[in-house]
Design a protein around this ligand. Structure first.
Ligand code: NAD
Length: 311
């Protein structure tokens, strides 16, 4: 298939490029590199069946030109804001990068008759609740602008899917970790410890407890859902039942770096406003479809630390 991957120069998007190219698809990446990096896809540039276009999805005229020139059969829409704290300080960030990019992609899909869409969604759409999160949990009250931007995106995708007959696969990721990550708790801890190996300041009380998923498992899960779920509108949580506390991650990073740093906690039950300190997915739906993550949360974290230190 001829496939557009938005955000393909980012952490997850670049792994998706690798896997879809291995499956012999033709890939066009559109990314403005606002958060992604050329080094994530440098190994692909110049190879057969891969093209990188540096462009802002918010430029609708340019995006239409790209759709016009390429007869895409499917879009994997991954471009979004991944700096959730920045989005909390300035609501325009998620309105534009998380929501409006989606809306522009949908407009182009409608105009140029592209009938298949994958969308990278998130646990953040569920908001803050101690309940087990099934795909049909509600009401959905996100507590971050990022979560709101993703939920609004899902709503328009649902409407476009029904109105313009676009078959859709949405997967809601947990925290994803692994090679080429550009952000997140492990990334932060490693950078802080590189600048001060004696002390690590952790945002919150360290008790935040979430599932972490290794990026290679995630990509396998995305492709599994696409190949095995055939409704018009397909929605799945992706992850594992295992979780890791932030204080455990801090200790793992210190150990893997061979340091003896003290850990200071800023206190409070969350790292920042909009952070959800705990959540737990119900994975019955994806497990019944036949997929389970190979790597548990703690191992995903450890692999990600080791890969980051080895890179
Ligand atoms: N990493 C996670 O833990 C996680 C969890 C849940 C959901 N997700 C979702 O998965 C997707 C990929 O996330 P990631 O972790 O790889 O983040 P990332 O920041 O590495 O990738 C996002 C990419 O989108 C690009 N982008 C953003 N705005 C753009 C615009 N206006 N025009 C063109 N390109 C633009 C960025 O440059 C970047 O390369 C995102 O949609 C994210 O919301 C990620």
């Amino acid at each position: 298939m001829k496939i557009l991957i938005t955000g393909g120069a980012g952490f997850i998007g670049s792994h998706l490029c690798d896997s879809l190219l291995e499956l012999n698809h033709n890939i066009v990446v559109v990314d403005n590199l606002i958060l992604g990096k050329l080094e994530n896809i440098n190994h692909l540039i110049g190879t057969n069946r891969f093209r990188f276009i540096e462009e802002d999805l918010l430029n609708l005229d340019k995006l239409k030109e790209i759709f016009k020139e390429n007869s895409f059969e499917m879009v994997y829409h991954l471009a979004a804001n991944s700096d959730i704290q920045k989005g909390g300080k300035d609501p325009e960030v998620d309105y534009n990068l998380t929501f409006k990019t989606t809306f522009n992609v949908l407009q182009c899909m409608k105009e140029f008759n592209v009938k298949k869409l994958f969308f990278a969604s998130t646990s953040a759409i569920y908001g803050e609740t101690s309940e087990l999160l099934t795909e049909n949990f509600g009401p959905l009250n996100p507590v971050s602008n990022y979560g709101a931007g993703k939920l609004a995106s899902e709503a328009f995708i649902s409407a476009f899917s029904a109105t313009y007959n676009i078959q859709t696969w949405i997967t809601r990721f947990p925290n994803v970790v692994g090679e080429r990550f550009t952000h997140g708790v492990i990334y932060d801890f490693i950078h802080k410890l590189k600048s001060n190996p004696l002390e690590l300041t952790v945002l919150g009380n360290g008790e935040q407890n979430k599932p972490y998923l290794y990026v290679k498992d995630l990509i396998e899960g995305i492709l599994f859902v696409y190949n095995n779920s055939h409704e018009q509108f397909n929605v799945y949580n992706l992850g594992s039942y295992t979780r890791t506390k932030v204080k455990e991650i801090a200790q793992m990073v210190i150990d893997e770096m061979g340091l003896n740093a003290t850990i200071n906690y800023t206190g409070g039950d969350r790292g920042w406003v909009g952070d959800v300190p705990e959540f737990k997915y119900d994975l019955t739906k994806i497990n019944r479809l036949g997929w389970e993550a190979k790597t548990n949360s703690n191992d995903s974290v450890r692999i990600a630390i080791q890969k980051a230190l080895g890179e």
